[in-house]
Design a protein around this ligand. Structure first.
Ligand SMILES: *Cc1c(COP(=O)(O)O)cnc(C)c1O
Length: 421
């Protein structure tokens, strides 16, 4: 799987743009995304699954910049949303709400109301309480809410515990064994229209057997529901396909993944809905940064960069690996270094004990596979303005999010009168 950048005469390029040119004109840290990679990844899902006519609902939380959502919308994608805020983003980007599915364990009444009024495709219901809430809100609006029940198939996706969601002990979904009863209950509700079943077992999944087991349980359940005259028209199989973070990892190919999905769903009366995030955009983006200082200690050597855990939290949060490469390739000897940010936390690193070529103050580095769960998880910790975001298309550099200013950070903050004397 490509990382969406490559060296050309020792200079790193994304499409036809030298990454250095973006670092110089936009500044660092900065996220940059490749239009052609986004397009290619999306079409690869569509083409590999064409014979079962999938609806690809891009998982908005992976990267929810309006320009990115608009791009997916233009490609024909639907959207998987997990909040009212994401619904507003999809609406602003001109997304087709008849292709929106709404997941998440804590939907509020006002979020439910907004989604019903937007005529989304269906809600993925995660608890019996939520089913009652959606029924109540729908009746109050004189409408019927289309729903799936998100079942928890109790499958170990063999990924990081923070991104495993299909275990029995997980907070997500309803245990598959009791879901039939919940469907029966839902089928009697005036405000509810059952049309689908749903599962999402986790993220960054390498094991095709996990998808295989989940699909088997989903199709068995759907077939059983149909026998009870519960009208299942869609099977939403969630997202979760792994991508390459470390050079030596090989996630399943799209063909292998599609093969499993097709095996279970071909000839069935259900249209597949898929909710990929990471595998659509993860490798389409990188974060660029600049070396501020280098520092040699007796135990460790450090490269101190201008990007930090507030910009990309995955290494600190999940202990995840991101490849990091110099923007200008060099033949320098390598040494073992920690690549760290300026934040006052020991967890503020992007790499530890990494063999890395010698670089100097002012050099730019590229952190790869940063297109998903990168900018969207960033924060202002240590009063650091969030990075800029750029969409590269061919030879064009398009700023899709301005770098934050200090004024943005303090907006809404107030000092009460009693303190101002
Ligand atoms: C996060 C999430 C996804 C996307 O997962 P990826 O691993 O990025 O493909 C899909 N569905 C739901 C319900 C999610 O929470």
């Amino acid at each position: 799987m490509s990382f969406s950048v490559e060296y050309n005469n020792d200079e790193l390029y994304m499409e036809k743009v030298a990454v250095k040119e973006i670092a110089d004109s936009v500044g660092t840290p900065c996220y940059i995304y490749s239009h052609s990679t986004i397009e290619k990844n999306f079409n690869s899902y569509l083409n590999s699954l064409a014979e079962i006519d999938p609806l690809i609902c891009y998982s908005t939380k992976a990267n929810s910049n309006l320009a990115i959502l608009k791009l997916y919308s233009n490609l024909g994608a639907g959207f998987d949303i997990v909040s009212g805020g994401e619904l507003k983003r999809v609406l602003l980007a001109g997304g087709d709400t008849s292709k929106v599915v709404f997941s998440g364990v804590g939907k509020t009444d006002s979020e439910i109301e907004a989604a019903i009024n937007a005529d989304i495709l269906f809600f993925n219901i995660e608890s019996v309480d939520e089913l009652h809430a959606i029924n109540r809100v729908a009746i109050s609006l004189n409408k019927k809410a289309p729903i799936a029940i998100r079942v928890n198939p109790d499958i170990d996706p063999k990924t990081h515990p923070y991104i495993s969601t299909g275990f029995k002990k997980s907070k997500f979904g309803i245990e598959i064994a009791s879901s039939i009863d919940v469907y029966r209950e839902a089928s009697k509700m005036e405000g509810i229209n059952i049309i689908a079943i749903d599962a999402h077992i986790g993220s960054q999944i390498f094991e095709l057997s996990s998808f295989n087991d989940s699909l088997q349980k989903l199709t068995d359940l759907a077939d059983a529901l149909i026998k009870e005259n519960i009208n299942i028209r869609y099977i939403d199989i969630g997202g979760g396909l792994a991508i390459t973070y470390s050079k030596d990892e090989t996630p399943p190919s799209m063909e292998e993944y599609a093969g499993i999905v097709i095996k279970h769903l071909k000839g069935k009366p259900y249209r597949p809905v898929i909710e990929p995030g990471r595998s659509l955009i993860g490798n389409a983006g990188i974060m660029i940064t600049k070396v501020l200082y280098t520092k040699d200690g007796s135990e460790k050597n450090f490269i101190i960069i201008d990007a930090a855990m507030n910009d990309l939290i995955r290494p600190a949060f999940y202990n995840s690996h991101h490849e990091i490469i110099p923007v200008k390739q060099n033949e320098n000897e390598t040494r073992t270094v920690d690549i760290v940010g300026p934040i006052c936390e020991s967890g503020d690193f992007l790499a530890t004990d990494r063999e890395f070529p010698v670089v100097a103050k002012g050099d730019n580095l590229a952190v790869l596979s940063a297109g998903a769960y990168g900018f969207v998880m960033s924060s202002n910790y240590n009063s650091r303005p969030r990075a800029a975001e750029v969409l590269v298309k061919g030879d064009s550099i398009n700023i899709i999010k301005e770098r934050e200013k200090f004024e943005d950070l303090i907006s809404g903050e107030k000092i009460p009168d009693f303190l101002s004397k």
